[in-house]
Design a protein around this ligand. Structure first.
Ligand SMILES: C[S@@+](CC[C@H](N)C(=O)[O-])C[C@H]1O[C@@H](n2cnc3c(N)ncnc32)[C@H](O)[C@@H]1O
Length: 291
Protein backbone atom coordinates (compact mmCIF):
# COMPACT_ATOMS: atom_id res chain seq x y z
CA UNK A 1 0.00 0.00 0.00
CA UNK A 2 1.51 3.41 -0.97
CA UNK A 3 1.15 5.36 2.29
CA UNK A 4 2.78 8.65 3.24
CA UNK A 5 5.49 7.85 5.81
CA UNK A 6 3.91 10.24 8.32
CA UNK A 7 1.48 8.11 10.30
CA UNK A 8 2.07 4.88 8.37
CA UNK A 9 4.02 3.21 11.18
CA UNK A 10 1.45 4.31 13.76
CA UNK A 11 -1.32 3.01 11.50
CA UNK A 12 0.21 -0.46 11.11
CA UNK A 13 1.23 -0.68 14.76
CA UNK A 14 -2.31 0.29 15.77
CA UNK A 15 -3.55 -2.61 13.63
CA UNK A 16 -1.06 -4.87 15.45
CA UNK A 17 -2.36 -3.60 18.80
CA UNK A 18 -5.94 -4.22 17.67
CA UNK A 19 -5.02 -7.78 16.66
CA UNK A 20 -5.55 -7.32 12.89
CA UNK A 21 -1.85 -7.65 11.96
CA UNK A 22 1.26 -9.26 13.43
CA UNK A 23 4.76 -7.80 13.20
CA UNK A 24 7.68 -10.16 12.68
CA UNK A 25 11.24 -8.78 12.31
CA UNK A 26 9.85 -5.34 11.44
CA UNK A 27 7.54 -6.70 8.72
CA UNK A 28 3.76 -6.74 8.89
CA UNK A 29 1.55 -9.71 7.99
CA UNK A 30 -2.02 -10.88 8.48
CA UNK A 31 -2.86 -12.92 11.56
CA UNK A 32 -4.38 -16.38 10.86
CA UNK A 33 -7.89 -14.88 11.43
CA UNK A 34 -7.46 -11.83 9.20
CA UNK A 35 -5.84 -14.07 6.56
CA UNK A 36 -8.99 -16.20 6.57
CA UNK A 37 -11.74 -13.62 7.07
CA UNK A 38 -10.43 -10.31 5.70
CA UNK A 39 -8.75 -11.35 2.43
CA UNK A 40 -11.34 -10.28 -0.15
CA UNK A 41 -10.04 -12.87 -2.65
CA UNK A 42 -11.15 -15.74 -0.40
CA UNK A 43 -14.68 -17.22 -0.19
CA UNK A 44 -14.35 -16.99 3.62
CA UNK A 45 -14.14 -13.14 3.39
CA UNK A 46 -16.54 -11.41 5.81
CA UNK A 47 -15.43 -7.78 5.33
CA UNK A 48 -18.33 -6.83 3.06
CA UNK A 49 -20.16 -5.39 6.05
CA UNK A 50 -17.24 -3.03 6.73
CA UNK A 51 -17.28 -1.86 3.11
CA UNK A 52 -21.02 -1.25 3.28
CA UNK A 53 -20.65 0.59 6.59
CA UNK A 54 -18.02 2.84 4.97
CA UNK A 55 -20.07 3.57 1.86
CA UNK A 56 -23.57 3.77 3.28
CA UNK A 57 -24.26 3.42 6.99
CA UNK A 58 -21.77 5.85 8.60
CA UNK A 59 -23.19 8.74 6.57
CA UNK A 60 -26.80 7.80 7.27
CA UNK A 61 -26.17 7.64 11.03
CA UNK A 62 -25.27 11.35 10.93
CA UNK A 63 -29.04 11.82 10.64
CA UNK A 64 -29.96 9.77 13.73
CA UNK A 65 -31.36 12.84 15.50
CA UNK A 66 -33.66 13.56 12.56
CA UNK A 67 -34.74 9.91 12.47
CA UNK A 68 -35.58 10.05 16.18
CA UNK A 69 -37.54 13.27 15.73
CA UNK A 70 -39.47 12.24 12.63
CA UNK A 71 -39.53 8.42 12.64
CA UNK A 72 -38.49 8.61 8.97
CA UNK A 73 -35.71 6.58 7.31
CA UNK A 74 -32.47 8.43 6.56
CA UNK A 75 -30.94 6.33 3.79
CA UNK A 76 -31.45 6.26 -0.01
CA UNK A 77 -35.25 6.34 0.51
CA UNK A 78 -35.06 9.40 2.77
CA UNK A 79 -37.97 11.15 1.16
CA UNK A 80 -40.10 8.23 -0.03
CA UNK A 81 -41.90 5.30 1.55
CA UNK A 82 -41.02 2.56 -0.94
CA UNK A 83 -39.33 -0.71 0.05
CA UNK A 84 -35.71 0.01 1.01
CA UNK A 85 -34.67 -2.74 -1.40
CA UNK A 86 -36.06 -0.97 -4.49
CA UNK A 87 -33.56 1.92 -4.22
CA UNK A 88 -30.70 -0.35 -3.22
CA UNK A 89 -31.24 -2.83 -6.04
CA UNK A 90 -31.45 -0.17 -8.78
CA UNK A 91 -27.63 -0.11 -8.74
CA UNK A 92 -25.95 -3.52 -9.41
CA UNK A 93 -22.70 -2.51 -7.62
CA UNK A 94 -24.62 -1.52 -4.47
CA UNK A 95 -26.69 -4.68 -4.73
CA UNK A 96 -23.61 -6.89 -4.78
CA UNK A 97 -21.98 -4.93 -1.96
CA UNK A 98 -25.12 -5.22 0.17
CA UNK A 99 -25.59 -8.95 -0.46
CA UNK A 100 -21.94 -9.68 0.25
CA UNK A 101 -22.15 -7.58 3.44
CA UNK A 102 -25.09 -9.77 4.53
CA UNK A 103 -22.95 -12.92 4.14
CA UNK A 104 -20.28 -11.33 6.34
CA UNK A 105 -22.79 -10.40 9.03
CA UNK A 106 -24.51 -13.78 8.95
CA UNK A 107 -21.82 -16.40 8.37
CA UNK A 108 -21.00 -17.08 12.04
CA UNK A 109 -24.67 -17.53 12.94
CA UNK A 110 -25.17 -19.70 9.84
CA UNK A 111 -22.38 -22.01 10.99
CA UNK A 112 -24.05 -22.16 14.43
CA UNK A 113 -27.44 -23.00 12.85
CA UNK A 114 -25.85 -25.74 10.77
CA UNK A 115 -24.39 -27.25 13.96
CA UNK A 116 -27.18 -26.68 16.52
CA UNK A 117 -30.34 -27.62 14.65
CA UNK A 118 -31.28 -31.35 14.28
CA UNK A 119 -31.03 -31.37 10.46
CA UNK A 120 -30.97 -35.19 10.34
CA UNK A 121 -34.75 -35.15 11.07
CA UNK A 122 -35.53 -33.11 7.93
CA UNK A 123 -35.05 -33.41 4.18
CA UNK A 124 -35.52 -29.94 2.69
CA UNK A 125 -34.63 -26.34 3.52
CA UNK A 126 -35.79 -23.09 1.94
CA UNK A 127 -34.04 -19.93 3.12
CA UNK A 128 -36.36 -16.96 2.57
CA UNK A 129 -34.62 -13.66 1.69
CA UNK A 130 -31.41 -15.60 1.12
CA UNK A 131 -29.17 -12.84 -0.38
CA UNK A 132 -26.00 -14.58 -1.60
CA UNK A 133 -27.25 -17.84 -0.08
CA UNK A 134 -24.71 -18.19 2.71
CA UNK A 135 -27.24 -19.94 4.98
CA UNK A 136 -28.27 -22.74 2.54
CA UNK A 137 -24.62 -23.03 1.36
CA UNK A 138 -23.33 -23.41 4.93
CA UNK A 139 -26.02 -25.94 5.87
CA UNK A 140 -25.65 -27.90 2.58
CA UNK A 141 -21.88 -28.20 3.08
CA UNK A 142 -22.38 -29.89 6.44
CA UNK A 143 -25.57 -31.89 5.69
CA UNK A 144 -25.33 -33.41 2.20
CA UNK A 145 -28.64 -35.32 2.58
CA UNK A 146 -30.63 -32.03 2.53
CA UNK A 147 -32.21 -30.49 -0.54
CA UNK A 148 -31.46 -26.76 -0.11
CA UNK A 149 -32.77 -23.64 -1.85
CA UNK A 150 -32.68 -19.89 -1.42
CA UNK A 151 -35.70 -17.69 -2.15
CA UNK A 152 -35.23 -14.01 -3.03
CA UNK A 153 -36.11 -11.29 -5.55
CA UNK A 154 -35.13 -12.18 -9.14
CA UNK A 155 -32.42 -9.44 -9.25
CA UNK A 156 -30.47 -11.42 -6.64
CA UNK A 157 -30.10 -14.53 -8.83
CA UNK A 158 -26.71 -13.77 -10.52
CA UNK A 159 -25.04 -12.84 -7.22
CA UNK A 160 -26.50 -15.97 -5.57
CA UNK A 161 -25.38 -18.28 -8.40
CA UNK A 162 -21.87 -16.82 -8.37
CA UNK A 163 -21.56 -17.34 -4.60
CA UNK A 164 -22.93 -20.89 -4.71
CA UNK A 165 -20.50 -21.68 -7.57
CA UNK A 166 -17.52 -20.19 -5.68
CA UNK A 167 -18.39 -22.50 -2.79
CA UNK A 168 -18.48 -25.54 -5.08
CA UNK A 169 -22.21 -26.17 -4.68
CA UNK A 170 -23.54 -25.27 -8.15
CA UNK A 171 -26.49 -27.57 -8.85
CA UNK A 172 -26.76 -28.53 -5.13
CA UNK A 173 -28.29 -25.28 -3.83
CA UNK A 174 -31.08 -23.89 -6.03
CA UNK A 175 -32.37 -20.34 -6.43
CA UNK A 176 -36.14 -19.71 -6.38
CA UNK A 177 -37.09 -16.23 -7.61
CA UNK A 178 -40.07 -14.62 -5.93
CA UNK A 179 -41.49 -11.73 -3.96
CA UNK A 180 -42.57 -12.71 -0.47
CA UNK A 181 -45.26 -10.03 -0.48
CA UNK A 182 -46.87 -11.32 -3.67
CA UNK A 183 -45.96 -15.00 -4.02
CA UNK A 184 -46.48 -18.02 -1.78
CA UNK A 185 -43.26 -19.36 -0.20
CA UNK A 186 -41.87 -22.61 -1.65
CA UNK A 187 -42.90 -25.70 0.37
CA UNK A 188 -40.22 -27.26 2.62
CA UNK A 189 -39.56 -29.18 5.85
CA UNK A 190 -37.60 -26.25 7.27
CA UNK A 191 -37.97 -22.56 6.40
CA UNK A 192 -35.38 -20.08 7.62
CA UNK A 193 -35.66 -16.28 7.77
CA UNK A 194 -32.36 -14.66 8.68
CA UNK A 195 -32.37 -10.89 9.24
CA UNK A 196 -35.71 -10.65 7.44
CA UNK A 197 -38.40 -9.87 10.01
CA UNK A 198 -36.55 -6.85 11.44
CA UNK A 199 -36.76 -5.09 8.06
CA UNK A 200 -40.56 -4.81 8.27
CA UNK A 201 -43.40 -3.43 10.38
CA UNK A 202 -45.59 -5.52 12.65
CA UNK A 203 -48.24 -6.42 10.04
CA UNK A 204 -45.63 -7.61 7.55
CA UNK A 205 -43.79 -9.59 10.23
CA UNK A 206 -47.01 -11.43 11.15
CA UNK A 207 -47.87 -11.98 7.47
CA UNK A 208 -44.44 -13.51 6.71
CA UNK A 209 -44.73 -15.88 9.67
CA UNK A 210 -48.21 -16.94 8.48
CA UNK A 211 -46.87 -17.53 4.95
CA UNK A 212 -44.11 -19.73 6.36
CA UNK A 213 -46.69 -21.71 8.34
CA UNK A 214 -48.74 -22.29 5.17
CA UNK A 215 -45.67 -23.39 3.16
CA UNK A 216 -44.22 -25.80 5.72
CA UNK A 217 -44.91 -29.51 5.54
CA UNK A 218 -46.70 -30.85 8.66
CA UNK A 219 -44.10 -31.36 11.40
CA UNK A 220 -41.82 -28.81 9.72
CA UNK A 221 -40.04 -25.97 11.49
CA UNK A 222 -39.63 -22.23 11.04
CA UNK A 223 -36.29 -20.78 12.17
CA UNK A 224 -36.22 -17.01 12.46
CA UNK A 225 -33.05 -15.24 13.44
CA UNK A 226 -32.06 -11.68 14.12
CA UNK A 227 -30.17 -9.93 16.92
CA UNK A 228 -33.06 -10.92 19.18
CA UNK A 229 -33.43 -8.40 22.02
CA UNK A 230 -33.58 -9.83 25.57
CA UNK A 231 -37.11 -9.74 26.99
CA UNK A 232 -36.12 -7.05 29.54
CA UNK A 233 -34.64 -4.90 26.72
CA UNK A 234 -31.60 -4.14 28.89
CA UNK A 235 -28.76 -6.41 27.75
CA UNK A 236 -28.51 -6.98 23.98
CA UNK A 237 -27.09 -3.54 23.13
CA UNK A 238 -26.25 -4.70 19.60
CA UNK A 239 -29.88 -5.77 19.05
CA UNK A 240 -31.16 -2.40 20.30
CA UNK A 241 -28.68 -0.51 18.09
CA UNK A 242 -29.65 -2.75 15.16
CA UNK A 243 -33.25 -1.75 15.78
CA UNK A 244 -32.16 1.92 15.52
CA UNK A 245 -30.40 0.98 12.28
CA UNK A 246 -33.76 -0.31 11.03
CA UNK A 247 -35.25 3.10 11.95
CA UNK A 248 -32.59 4.70 9.75
CA UNK A 249 -32.82 2.13 6.92
CA UNK A 250 -36.52 1.20 6.62
CA UNK A 251 -39.97 2.84 6.77
CA UNK A 252 -41.31 0.59 9.57
CA UNK A 253 -38.72 -2.06 10.56
CA UNK A 254 -37.66 -2.81 14.14
CA UNK A 255 -35.90 -5.55 16.08
CA UNK A 256 -37.84 -7.51 18.68
CA UNK A 257 -37.61 -9.74 21.71
CA UNK A 258 -37.84 -13.53 21.78
CA UNK A 259 -41.16 -13.25 23.61
CA UNK A 260 -42.56 -11.00 20.84
CA UNK A 261 -41.57 -13.44 18.12
CA UNK A 262 -42.85 -16.52 19.96
CA UNK A 263 -46.22 -14.76 20.38
CA UNK A 264 -46.45 -14.00 16.63
CA UNK A 265 -45.52 -17.61 15.89
CA UNK A 266 -48.15 -18.99 18.26
CA UNK A 267 -50.79 -16.69 16.71
CA UNK A 268 -49.96 -18.29 13.33
CA UNK A 269 -50.42 -21.82 14.75
CA UNK A 270 -46.83 -22.81 15.61
CA UNK A 271 -46.17 -24.90 18.71
CA UNK A 272 -42.99 -25.80 20.63
CA UNK A 273 -41.64 -22.27 20.26
CA UNK A 274 -38.23 -21.61 21.79
CA UNK A 275 -35.33 -19.16 21.62
CA UNK A 276 -31.82 -20.51 21.16
CA UNK A 277 -28.62 -18.46 21.16
CA UNK A 278 -26.53 -18.78 17.98
CA UNK A 279 -23.46 -16.53 18.07
CA UNK A 280 -22.59 -13.05 19.28
CA UNK A 281 -25.80 -10.97 19.40
CA UNK A 282 -27.81 -13.39 17.21
CA UNK A 283 -30.38 -15.87 18.49
CA UNK A 284 -32.91 -17.97 16.62
CA UNK A 285 -36.58 -18.39 17.42
CA UNK A 286 -37.94 -21.80 16.45
CA UNK A 287 -41.57 -22.80 15.90
CA UNK A 288 -42.94 -26.19 14.84
CA UNK A 289 -45.95 -26.73 12.61
CA UNK A 290 -48.05 -29.48 14.20
CA UNK A 291 -47.77 -32.82 12.33
C1 LIG B 1 -31.37 -7.96 5.37
S1 LIG B 1 -31.20 -9.03 4.01
C2 LIG B 1 -30.95 -10.59 4.78
C3 LIG B 1 -30.13 -11.54 3.95
C4 LIG B 1 -29.79 -12.89 4.56
N1 LIG B 1 -30.95 -13.63 4.96
C5 LIG B 1 -28.86 -12.74 5.73
O1 LIG B 1 -29.28 -12.80 6.88
O2 LIG B 1 -27.65 -12.56 5.49
C6 LIG B 1 -32.87 -9.14 3.43
C7 LIG B 1 -33.05 -10.00 2.21
O3 LIG B 1 -34.46 -10.04 1.90
C8 LIG B 1 -34.61 -9.95 0.51
N2 LIG B 1 -35.92 -9.38 0.17
C9 LIG B 1 -36.34 -8.11 0.38
N3 LIG B 1 -37.61 -7.94 -0.05
C10 LIG B 1 -37.99 -9.15 -0.55
C11 LIG B 1 -39.19 -9.61 -1.14
N4 LIG B 1 -40.23 -8.80 -1.28
N5 LIG B 1 -39.26 -10.90 -1.52
C12 LIG B 1 -38.18 -11.73 -1.37
N6 LIG B 1 -37.00 -11.35 -0.81
C13 LIG B 1 -36.91 -10.06 -0.41
C14 LIG B 1 -33.49 -9.04 0.09
O4 LIG B 1 -33.21 -9.15 -1.29
C15 LIG B 1 -32.34 -9.51 0.97
O5 LIG B 1 -31.62 -10.55 0.39
Amino acid sequence: MGLHPRGARDFFDALVALGFLRRVDGKYANTPSTELFLDSRKPSYIGGVLEMSNHRLYGFWNHLTEALRTGQPQNEIRTGSESPFVALYADPARLKEFLSAMSGISHGANVAISEKFPWDRYRSLVDVGTAQGDLPVTVAQRHPHLSCAGFDLAEVSPVFEEYVGTNGLAGRVAFVAGDFFKDPLPPADVITMAHILHDWGLDEKRMLIRKAFDALHPGGALLVYDSIIDDDRSRNAFGLLMSLNMLIETPAGFDYTGADCMNWMREAGFTGTRVEHLMGPDSMVVGVKPA
